[in-house]
Design a protein around this ligand. Sequence first.
Ligand code: 3NM
Length: 220
Amino acid sequence: MPYTNEKKLKELLQVYFIMGSPNCLKDPILTLEEAIAGGITFFQFREKGTGALKGEEKTKLASELQEICRDHSIPFIVNDDIELAIKLEADGVHIGQDDEALRVVREKMPGKIIGLSAHTMEEVKTAIREGADYVGIGPIFPTLTKTDTKPVQGTKLVEEIRSTSLSIPIVGIGGIHAGNAAKVIESGADGVSIITAISQAVSPKEVAAQLKKVVLEKSK
Ligand code: 3NM
């Protein structure tokens, strides 16, 4: 499994694009292709919200997006839907605190990437103990995409984690765009997770390229 190496995973997480059909201004396939052309390094299929596809339609879109990722060697991760991730043999899943317990997911998906959203130091420590490959910390900035988030926390928790010896890969999430991504990397995150800034862009390619530039500069 090429992705379980911590150093390699940190690199792969640098520009982490997340979306589903309700998030996209253009066709999701085109959006993903443009984002990849701009330089995204990781992709999560998150089919949620008003108008989200279900059943076979959801599986069909997921599998089309997965194929594009595969063609470009971009890891394809499924949000929450563990059954879908297993069915498609996705590279991994991203789960929240209210989803199935991490150790159960690990048993179901051995050798795959498992990311967990965490909002406190305790949750981060538990995530590490139970074998998460990376943690998503947010919301760093205000976001309109997810209505049931925890309060906006800025980069405080990312800094706190990095002030310890914990080396788990970290991505920041929530309201991140090319204009504020530097702050997230400077605080110690390995990557930025983004929905709106790329999926609603007139040019997902340009925005992805801007984000990549910022992250690469700040990761030096
Ligand atoms: N999770 P955007 S914030 C999916 O804080 C998600 O855990 C969050 O979307 C968390 O880039 C968020 O459009 C939405 O702000 C991120």
